[in-house]
Design a protein around this ligand. Structure first.
Ligand code: DAO
Ligand code: DAO
Length: 278
């Protein structure tokens, strides 16, 4: 069966940015895979776009992990080793993964969480009408595609998997006020006081006693009608209906100044290739 992620040959014209877990780490395998790909005349131009690999038997890296023929393999974010489900929330498939880093006291940079961005397959088809005739190479860099994804009523989920062991709710609130606050401001034509209110509404969902140990999973999802739904370890903590808030949160991962640039490129390429194969 062909790739369900749009990563596989022949739909995906590139190669994952390989890295392997544990003893499977082998530059030799990667080299072999690259050689195999170039022997087949595949373009390597996109090789940096895909940085999730599949937790699977690496012995068939040449084909199986590219084509995802084996349904049991799970995508892995290669910098943190975090494993992500291929699909969440019934029909939302993974578009890309990345890492959120943060500076501590301006000194060292830490990995705070790994994330995966998912979009509903049926909903992304809404973009087909507009982009059906546009080539993949044009779509993968087209700003308008991302702008449409941010604006449209497409069900999406961002899954955050905490990897930093000492995250306090206070630092989450501070980081959030900065990262999401500036975006609310940027996308809003209204007064700062209105966006402050929205930010407060969201932040008030997080109780002081909430713990976020390493391994916690936060799901931020845009539901039908621009409802932002937040879950922590599977339990819902709240829903807020706001197109602006949904857009500002998704913009962290897909927008012009993304938290992880290569993740954004991967997400866009996979979104584009999904439109081509729909
Ligand atoms: O220990 O003070 C510290 C550094 C923590 C940095 C926190 C950045 C928070 C990023 C947002 C996390 C959202 C779940
Ligand atoms: O990485 O800057 C960032 C912001 C990420 C969004 C974080 C949302 C956190 C919501 C969960 C808090 C639970 C107490």
């Amino acid at each position: 069966m062909a790739s369900s992620l749009g990563l596989g040959f022949p739909e995906f014209p590139g190669l994952p940015n390989f890295s392997f877990r544990g003893s499977s780490s082998s530059p030799l395998l990667a080299t072999a895979a690259l050689a195999a790909a170039s022997a087949l005349g595949l373009s390597l131009a996109f090789s940096s776009f895909t940085h999730f690999v599949h937790q699977d038997n690496v012995s068939h890296i040449g084909w199986a992990s590219l084509s995802l023929a084996n349904a049991s393999c799970s995508p892995v974010e290669r910098k943190t080793g975090e494993v992500f489900p291929e699909e969440v929330d019934g029909g939302r498939r993974l578009l890309g993964v990345g890492v959120r880093r943060a500076n501590v006291l301006g000194l060292k940079s830490i990995d705070v969480y790994a994330f995966g961005v998912y979009a509903d397959d049926c909903d992304t088809k809404k973009l087909n009408e507009k982009y059906g005739a546009t080539s993949l190479s044009e779509l993968k860099d087209k700003k308008e595609l991302i702008a449409d994804a941010l604006e449209s009523d497409i069900r999406m989920t961002v899954r955050l998997q905490i990897v930093y062991g000492r995250l306090s709710i206070r630092s989450v609130r501070n980081a959030f006020a900065k990262s999401v606050g500036t975006r609310l401001q940027k996308f809003s034509a209204s007064e700062p006081s209105d966006t402050d209110q929205l930010l407060q509404k969201f932040v008030s969902l997080f109780k002081d006693e909430q713990k976020l140990p390493k391994g916690s999973v936060i799901e931020l999802s845009r539901e039908e009608g621009y409802v932002l739904r937040t879950r922590i370890d599977g339990s819902e903590v709240g829903q807020i209906q706001s197109k602006l808030l949904c857009k500002s949160i998704l913009d962290l991962y897909l927008g012009e100044d993304p938290l992880d640039k290569s993740a954004k490129e991967e997400i866009q390429l996979n979104l584009a290739s999904r439109l081509k194969t729909a």
